[in-house]
Write a protein that binds this ligand. Sequence first.
Ligand code: HEM
Length: 507
Amino acid sequence: MIFATTSTPSFTNVISTITATEIFVLSLVILLVFSWYLNLASVNAPFAGYRSWFEPTFLHKSGKFWVRRIDGDTLILSNNYLEELRLFPNTVLSNAHAQYQNIKGKYTYASVVLHSILHTRVLLQQLTPKVGFYALRSKAAFDEAFYSLMPRSKEWVEVDIQSVARSIVARMTGAVFLGAATARNEEWLNISIQYPMDTFQTAFQLRMFPNFLHPLLARLLPSRYRLQGHRRRAGRIIQELITEHQRKVEAGEKTEDTLLEWMLDNAVGTEGSLEEMKSRQLVLTLASIHTTALALSHAFYDLCAHPEYVEPLREEIESVTKEFPSNEDFVNHGLQRLEKMDSFLVESQRLHPPVMMSPQRVARKTINLQDGTRIPSGTRIAFPSAAILNDSSVTPDPSVFDAFRSYRKRQVPGEKFNHVRVQTGKENLAFGHGKQACPGRHFAVAEIKVVLCRIIGEYDVKYWAGQVRPRTYYLDENVFPDPWAKLHFRHRGAGAEAASGKGGVAV
Ligand code: HEM
């Protein structure tokens, strides 16, 4: 109890009976109410989220509303605002600041993303223009490790596909960022899978509490101490790579042309320091590994739920492999010919996106929109990407998994190069949109197709008896499939290997 119960309580009596704990609880309540009031005051829009489950968000479809999150609110805008907002540079509307807030970057060592954009420059200026070159390299890493990750058994074997997908993607990404040897380095592979997990764990635990408690709580979280360990080990690995690169450059020897090397050669000022290079590589693991591995896992869950798509996809894989038998041609020309697979991936991501709100931005300056809306500096904004994709005016029968929707749209004259997985648009926000749309998406889609070709080509896959599509879990705006879900795989025999885009790589 907070107050004393004398018949005529004096102020001094009351104060003297308040304990330290009660003062703490009282301050907490005052701060919560105060921060709630401050948030309410910024943009005049209704709130959704912490009201009842039947909050009619569709009423706000073409307008704006707030979604509450304990660590700060987000203003959700209709995609009608996208045309106007998508061209703002990150100095006005910043994705990096939004992600920094999401992952509680101050406590998860991510401040490098606010210092410079070398990590996005390397993807836009090196990885994407040379995506075939790098996809080929990542395919080699995948093919090399394939049977150590997937059982080559003709009997049905239970496979934890999410874990296998993470291991595959870690190798494929590692080969491109840090080189072929590092893609085999179990220590790095382990860091690149665990670092994102411990970052998300730290961030989600902090996000359950108001911001002012974070400095204290962050000191108590085991996941944050694990991050420190990963960072020490990553530092040693990256330092060796930096030293080796410098030696080669000084000796005039050919370098491996990794993305780390490009960053070292193009770094300005402190961007090239070990501390920044290490942090940047680790931030890139956050962006690249789990997103891609989740997309792959969902593709297999959808294939099991809709086995009628296996044969058409296999036929397409076989015909493209026949047409482009060498690895190089397969990657450079064949992948984009996998139109049914591309469409399957669009549909899989539509129903199972990794996040419900995309793109997300933080206003770094006050913006006045054409309709008179004023977005004060510091406001978090986001677009309801999942709701848009599942709106029947955008996707007819949105609850139906119709894998070849985009494929059919592409058959209309003039539409061949539209409706593809890498494309972003007002109604396709899975990779964000505008100037800051995902810079790794061309590589991600190439990776996913390479892996799907090989696994769908070589394996049968199914749920075990009675199993249905794994449950989906939601954590704020993030979406995860059941982490314990398993699938059954069976190798189709040596004959199937030749028709899976495997190419000439010895395994
Ligand atoms: C299926 C896999 C992936 C999905 C669904 C995905 C999704 C996204 C989304 C929604 C954004 C925010 C874009 C925006 O705000 O407009 C983003 C940003 C980003 N992505 Fe991806 N991504 C994937 C794979 C990758 C890969 C493989 C890489 C690296 C090779 C990567 C690197 C990045 C980076 C660095 C950013 C931040 C860009 C910035 O701050 O300007 N992503 N991604």
